[in-house]
Design a protein. Structure first.
Length: 135
């Protein structure tokens, strides 16, 4: 069996793919390295990543500046083992046999760094738990 089929894949979905899902993807890449395939998408992607989310991650030495919001596709969901939604509601497609989790997180959009840090830290704790379950 090839390595690509045995590596778990995780898709993070939020509405704009600009804050929460990008921070989650950044943490997962940082913590799991190449042991987990990471995707993120939004049901209505923004024009750019939330700059406050970028700053909050940079404080921890994680650079997400190269990322860009992406539109959620059925293919991305089908190709993922775990789908983690963050308030995208009915826009998230559902496929049997996938592991779904919905993370209740405040939306960092329009908030200052002091409000985004606790969201970031909450996401990091959830990612650490997820990695411990998948690897």
């Amino acid at each position: 069996m090839s390595e690509t089929t045995t590596k778990p894949s995780v898709l993070f979905v939020c509405v704009h793919n600009a804050g929460r899902s990008q921070m989650a993807a950044g943490f997962l890449r940082d913590i799991a390295g190449d042991r987990i395939e990471v995707r993120s998408a939004g049901s209505m992607p923004a024009d750019q990543i939330n700059p406050v989310a970028v700053d909050a991650m940079a404080e921890l030495g994680i650079d997400i500046t190269a990322e860009a919001p992406k539109v959620l596709t059925t293919e991305a969901v089908q190709a993922s083992d775990v789908v983690i939604t963050m308030g995208c509601g009915d826009a998230c497609p559902f496929f049997p046999g996938k592991r779904y989790e919905d993370w209740e997180l405040d939306d960092p959009a329009g908030q200052g760094i002091d409000s985004v840090r606790p969201i970031r830290d909450d996401i990091r704790g959830r990612i650490e738990q997820l990695v411990s379950e998948l690897i």
